[in-house]
Design a protein around this ligand. Structure first.
Ligand code: TYD
Length: 216
């Protein structure tokens, strides 16, 4: 199952916590719908009944019980269902799918952040998704400190265990950010790195420019 076999356009947004992905994903979907495009906006982990339950379970687990391999397997199980139930069917019918986080989050968080081997995580991802990768991934890049500050100024109750600074430490978030930059540098044909600094409208315009050749 590769992207070429489908008629839709699979786009993912990635970035450290607090980069503003969710807001940007919604703005992008709205802009494309305004142009009359068929758009499916979805997010990971979630989007399916099993996915939402896995998400709740992952967020419930306390940081002392945290085991990166279990996390990678759980995120991958949710992803499998997400591909089968939501992303795959939407691509088959020719839609633009915008997904807020996808497999690169596992590589960045469980791989670069938690130190699991990237090759094993890639194999796991291939197995879970049948090899479905996005045609374009936009990294909204903010420094780890800026991302966490933004999140902490927002709804603190809403913070996940991946975001609480004491649970993982700033060094973890620095590794995640650098991991994303490394992933982007290794595959420049798929990735576009966008500066997450500035107003939401400014960032939205950068994202649009990063996608214009595909969807403009
Ligand atoms: P969520 O509140 O959805 O984060 P955000 O709004 O920042 O996207 O929480 C998801 C958390 O899970 C986030 O901190 C990133 C982490 N995560 C992983 O560690 N691995 C993964 O494969 C995915 C999809 C997310």
């Amino acid at each position: 199952m590769d992207n070429d076999a489908r008629s839709g356009t699979f786009i993912t947004l990635e970035g450290p916590d607090g980069a503003g992905k969710s807001r940007q994903a919604a703005a992008l979907a709205e802009r494309l719908r305004g142009l009359g495009r068929d758009v499916v906006l979805t997010r990971e982990p979630g989007g399916t009944t099993l996915g939402e339950r896995i998400r709740a379970l992952l967020l419930e687990i306390s940081s002392d019980e945290h085991d990166p391999i279990s996390d990678a397997l759980l995120f991958s199980a949710a992803r499998r269902r997400h591909v089968g139930e939501v992303i795959g069917p939407a691509l088959e019918r020719g839609a633009i799918v915008i997904c807020d986080r996808y497999a690169d989050s596992t590589l960045a968080y469980q791989g670069h952040g938690d130190g699991l081997p990237i090759d094993s995580l890639r194999e796991l991802t291939e197995f879970a998704t049948g090899g479905l990768w996005p045609v374009r991934t936009v990294l909204i890049d903010v420094s780890a400190a800026e991302g966490l500050t933004r999140r902490q100024m927002g709804a603190a109750m809403d913070m996940t265990r991946f975001e609480v600074a004491d649970a993982h430490g700033m060094a973890f978030h620095e590794r995640v950010r650098q991991g994303y930059l490394d992933l982007a540098a290794a595959e420049p044909q798929r990735w576009r790195v966008v500066d997450g600094a500035g107003s939401p409208d400014e960032v939205a315009q950068r994202i649009w420019s990063a996608l214009a050749d595909l969807v403009g």
